[in-house]
Design a protein around this ligand. Structure first.
Ligand code: NAI
Length: 260
């Protein structure tokens, strides 16, 4: 099914973190299909450079490590120079590791919080100042189903994503008077590199086969199939469009009904 066309998005400029692969790449492509010019910001510059070839519409690649303030500041300036401004901010870069809560190390906890939570804070703050300064724009953060329900083997990841929703709600209230909307999207089990790694880890930790893990994911999904990055991207495009003009502070579930 073809997604709708949001003509008001034409010519807008988007900064997409973690845009080189997976959900971020699908969001970048879906925005470019609406004639949005995209800056793909990723820690993997080679992958970002490859991604912009498939995104088209004048997309540019910039290197960023969302854990570091200096890096996000430099990447945002480079992106704004490269695409001529910024109207849309997609803070999507994220990582996951799997471990039993009682065996989790400090390093694993910090790694998940540094990328998933500090990364959202820094990206939203630095890009948000720009949006407030110009008096328009919107932000969409990638949270997770694990931001709504604590997930076993992902306690640290869940905690880092619950924090993203708290931040999103508070920021939405603070920026609403400036006309800036801030929302989050909460995907379920999405077919990406992250999911392949999680399936391998979970199979090992539970001593079952990767196929069994995959089948359990699908079995838990009322709509009866694994989620695609495009399922998420189409909702993000809607959240960026003027059709979502009265939505802010939301954590929109895109899970095929796993979470209602
Ligand atoms: P992915 O691993 O395919 O893509 C993540 C991207 O983020 C990669 O391009 C990676 O290079 C980049 N990245 C990682 N650390 C970074 C850093 N420090 N600075 C800048 N870029 C960095 O993963 P996927 O699945 O596309 O995940 C995207 C977002 O969706 C993440 O926030 C993830 O937590 C979230 N999510 C994913 C789900 C899934 O089932 N795949 C489910 C729910 C949420």
């Amino acid at each position: 099914m073809k997604p709708p066309v949001f003509s008001e998005l034409q010519g807008r400029r988007a900064f997409v973190t973690g845009g080189a692969t997976g959900i971020g790449l699908a969001i970048a492509k879906a925005l470019a299909a609406q004639d949005v010019v995209v800056a793909v910001a990723d820690i993997n510059l080679d992958a970002a450079a490859q991604a912009v070839q498939s995104i088209g519409n004048g997309a540019v690649a910039v290197e960023v490590d969302v854990r570091k303030r200096d890096s996000v500041e430099a990447a945002f300036v480079e992106a704004v120079n490269g695409i001529g401004g910024c109207d849309i901010v997609i803070a999507n870069a994220g990582v996951s590791t799997m471990q039993k809560a009682l065996e989790l190390t400090d390093e694993e906890w910090d790694f998940n919080f540094d990328v998933n939570t500090r990364g959202i804070f820094l990206t939203n703050q630095i890009a948000g100042r720009h949006l407030v300064g110009q008096g328009h724009g919107c932000i969409v953060n990638t949270a997770s189903l694990a931001a709504k329900v604590g997930a076993p083997l992902l306690a640290h990841y869940s905690a880092s994503k619950f924090a993203v929703l708290g931040w999103t709600q508070a920021l939405a209230r603070e920026l609403a008077p400036a006309g800036i909307r801030v929302n989050a999207v909460c995907p379920g089990f999405v077919k990406t590199g992250m999911q392949s790694r999680e399936i391998e880890w979970e199979a090992r930790l539970r001593n079952i086969s990767p196929q069994q893990v995959f089948d359990e994911y699908v079995g838990q999904t009322p709509l009866g199939r694994i989620e695609t990055p495009e399922d998420v991207a189409d909702v993000v495009v809607f959240l960026c469009s003027d059709s979502a003009r009265f939505m802010t502070g939301q954590g929109v579930n895109v899970t095929g009904g796993v979470y209602m």
